[in-house]
Design a protein around this ligand. Structure first.
Ligand code: TTP
Ligand code: MG
Ligand code: MG
Length: 348
């Protein structure tokens, strides 16, 4: 059986959790771009905010119009905090389940012979360890598990057998199926297929003509109730980064470099475990106006996790300070552009 787990209103739920005073309020997590006070987009919003029509991707200014100021808080994203929670959840799931693939910061796909038996305990464990609610779907295919999880939101658990899965997917609107984008959905509707079951009435040749060989065949199978098996590949991590907040805002290179040293140590430890070398080093500076700036250097030859980067860091800090007059509030380090060390692992 396959299991899909997705955290409920993830970033906003985490913000809610560390602000008990905000109980009952609308919480809008925002990616402020810094151009004007309200430039940027909504990252996510809790359910009271969704009830007013606020959603991910909406301009912050639109959300402000819908949210009564006295009942709402607008908070900038804090990726560091969300990633830490994500890592904890990942550990819980890997401890309990057989085959696990993390699909995004708040989603996991699992293949486990007794997934339906484990699902309630998994939800409970995440609730007791982190105080967070999630939704879980279990079904004979991963597609069924994903659709069961979203159907059960929030704080839901939906377990489907083969027949239940077929019914849920078959009756679903085509645009609700993961893998069918808005364009494909529109084209299917214009062919007369509003729901997945309707696709079975379409000529497979027309499907292939309209959507190409691969997608056409996939849609044909979908209409007949043939769902892919397998978990998919885990996307390899492409970078390691650590951010931190400075004790006070500053432009003092010594203070900046000593905070960086702390962050670097944590990042390096992860690099070492991943057995990766990197070709790009970046420093991230968040200035007093909440804007984020990146300075990077790329190396012709990949660098091992333990190579000294003192000179490179100093140069990047100097370069940034020379080009920007503002105080710095947060700073970060990122190793990217990875190369597998493969056979060289004995180096470590
Ligand atoms: P989702 O799981 O899509 O959404 P969600 O967890 O907020 O809500 P739901 O209960 O419906 O699952 O995304 C996970 C996080 O990713 C979300 O909390 C914030 C972030 N995100 C964005 O920053 N921008 C976006 O457009 C989306 C969709 C998500
Ligand atoms: Mg979610
Ligand atoms: Mg998600």
């Amino acid at each position: 059986m396959y299991l899909h787990l997705d955290m409920d209103y993830f970033f906003a739920q985490l913000e809610e959790k560390r602000r008990p005073m905000a109980a009952g309020k609308i919480i809008v997590v925002c990616v402020f771009s810094g151009r004007t006070a309200d430039s940027g987009v909504v990252s996510t919003v809790n359910y009271p905010g969704r009830a007013l029509g606020i959603h991910s991707g909406m301009p912050i200014a639109f959300a402000r119009k819908r949210a009564p100021p006295a009942d709402s808080i607008f908070i900038p994203v804090d990726h560091e905090y969300y990633s830490q929670a994500s890592v904890q959840i990942d550990r819980i799931i890997r401890n309990m389940c057989a085959k696990v693939v993390q699909a995004s910061i708040d989603e996991w796909n699992v293949e486990d012979a007794i997934a339906e038996g484990k699902a309630p305990a998994l939800k409970e464990k995440i609730r007791t360890a982190l105080g967070l609610a999630c939704s879980v779907g279990v079904a004979p295919s991963l597609l069924g598990a994903k659709m069961a999880a979203s159907k059960s939101k929030p704080d839901g658990l939906l377990i489907l057998n083969k027949a239940g899965e077929r019914k849920l997917i078959g009756r679903s609107d085509v645009e609700k199926v993961p893998g069918i984008g808005p364009k494909t959905a529109e084209a299917l509707r214009s062919l007369g297929a509003d729901r997945v079951d309707d696709i079975s009435k379409l000529d497979p040749l027309v499907l292939v003509e309209t959507f190409g060989r691969k997608s056409g065949a996939w849609l044909h199978d979908l209409g007949r109730g043939w769902y892919d098996s397998g978990l998919g590949e885990e996307k390899g991590q492409e970078e390691v980064s650590h951010m931190g907040t400075l004790k006070e805002k500053t432009r003092d290179p010594y203070l900046l470099l000593s905070k960086l040293a702390e962050l670097e140590a944590e990042a390096r430890e992860r690099l070492m475990h991943m057995k990766k070398s990197y070709k790009t080093l970046s420093l991230i500076f968040v200035t007093d106006d909440l804007r984020s700036h990146t300075k990077s250097v790329s190396f012709r030859n990949p660098r091992a996790w333990n190579e000294d980067i003192t000179k490179d860091k100093e140069a990047l800090v100097r370069e940034f300070l020379a080009g920007n007059p503002l105080d710095i509030r947060r700073i970060g380090i990122r190793f990217g552009n990875f190369l597998d060390l493969g056979g060289q692992t004995t180096l470590f």
